[in-house]
Design a protein around this ligand. Structure first.
Ligand code: NAP
Length: 249
């Protein structure tokens, strides 16, 4: 074990779980955040431990500042530091045009995907920044190709929330470049996870894959590889980058 600590929001399923698995293999002690599915989080922790790694599950809704503060406090108590942080938790909503979207839908989307990511980044910076007595670190934000494509007729609100993540990545990277922290984004294209079913489109990957340049969706592992690279010292001169992992889309 490197003794380094990695916290992944939404780390219990999909892309986040792949990041946790790969992070453990890279030697990180992994804090696996989840929102409600305790069984999935505990199964992942057990799998990592069975493989000789160290992990623990942390329930927190990134749509709640109080939950975010409690989550980072729990990592402080359990690990005494934070070396790597991945802003991965994110939601989509059911297919809708803008002229059908309610204020409640938009506020939930922005609260979880944007405000939650900003507040988590704030707490990570407070712990990593040399300005605050930290020893530096790396942050990766999970964006989406939707930020470039706009997701018309599907979920422009989600696409716009990821546009905010891209902008935050560039701004924060420059803000903390002299404080020992690198901040980058990975921008996945269509990736085979349960998020599509949670937005009411369980067949989305099957339906769209023939339209993709490689005629297939990406896997969570393919996205996780890019994240682990950006967290690693191999990426020591990379900050403010938005890395597309979208099979050419
Ligand atoms: P997923 O399979 O739906 O998994 C979502 C994970 O996030 C679960 O661990 C879930 O926990 C957690 N989560 C959901 N809401 C949360 C909240 N409010 N607070 C804390 N955790 C929360 O999603 P995914 O496809 O892996 O997506 C991960 C990230 O990649 C998201 O930011 C998504 O926008 C982005 N992305 C995905 C794709 C794609 O095609 N899959 C493409 C581009 C970008 P529970 O198990 O407790 O619900």
């Amino acid at each position: 074990m490197s003794g380094k600590v990695l916290l992944v929001t939404g780390g219990s399923r999909g892309i986040g779980a792949a990041i946790c698995r790969l992070g453990s293999k890279a030697g990180y002690r992994v804090a696996v955040n989840y929102a409600s599915n305790k069984a999935a989080a505990e199964a992942l922790v057990a799998e990592i431990e069975a493989g000789g790694g160290e992990a623990f599950a942390l329930k927190a809704d990134v749509g709640s500042e109080a939950d975010i503060m409690a989550m980072f406090g729990a990592v402080d108590r359990a690990c005494g530091g934070l070396d790597a942080f991945v802003n991965n938790a994110g939601i989509v909503d059911v297919k809708a045009r803008i002229d059908e979207m309610s204020a409640e839908r938009l506020e939930r989307m922005m609260r979880i995907n944007v405000v939650g990511s900003f507040l988590c980044a704030r707490e990570a910076v407070k712990r990593m920044s040399t300005r605050h007595g930290g020893k530096g670190g790396a942050i990766v934000n999970i964006s989406s190709a939707a930020a470039r494509l706009g997701s018309p007729g599907e979920y422009v609100d989600y696409a716009a929330s990821k546009g905010a993540i891209d902008t935050m990545t560039v701004g924060l990277a420059r803000e903390v470049a002299l404080e020992g922290i690198r901040v980058n984004a990975v921008s996945p294209g269509i990736t085979d996870t349960e998020i599509h079913a949670s937005g009411g489109q369980p067949d989305r990957v099957a339906r769209m894959q023939d339209m993709l340049p490689m005629k297939r969706a990406g896997t969570a592992d393919e996205v996780a590889s890019a994240v682990l690279y950006l967290l690693s010292d191999a990426a020591s001169y990379i900050t403010g980058a938005i890395l597309n992992v979208s099979g050419g889309r």
